[in-house]
Design a protein. Sequence first.
Length: 95
Amino acid sequence: MQARPTPRPLIARARATLGLVTTSDLLEHGITGRRRTRLLDIGELHQVHAEVFRFSTHPETFEQRCLAANFAAPEALLSGPTGGRLYGLRRARSD
């Protein structure tokens, strides 16, 4: 059985968010639990946080990790060296 292609609107969403999608995004585009598990099993998706996923076509980056953290905890703020590096305010090691 051949897998269904990933919906184009979901791919567009992922491109706009550095390759990241949330569980809500997946559900909105018809990707429910079983299909999500299959995408994880075949390596098309990687789980970044509890409800945040990265498409394997997008390499992991600092900016992406920051956005993933924001998706996972929208009420949280990035600050200190991480915030400074993200906004280019200073060169700070934040890895």
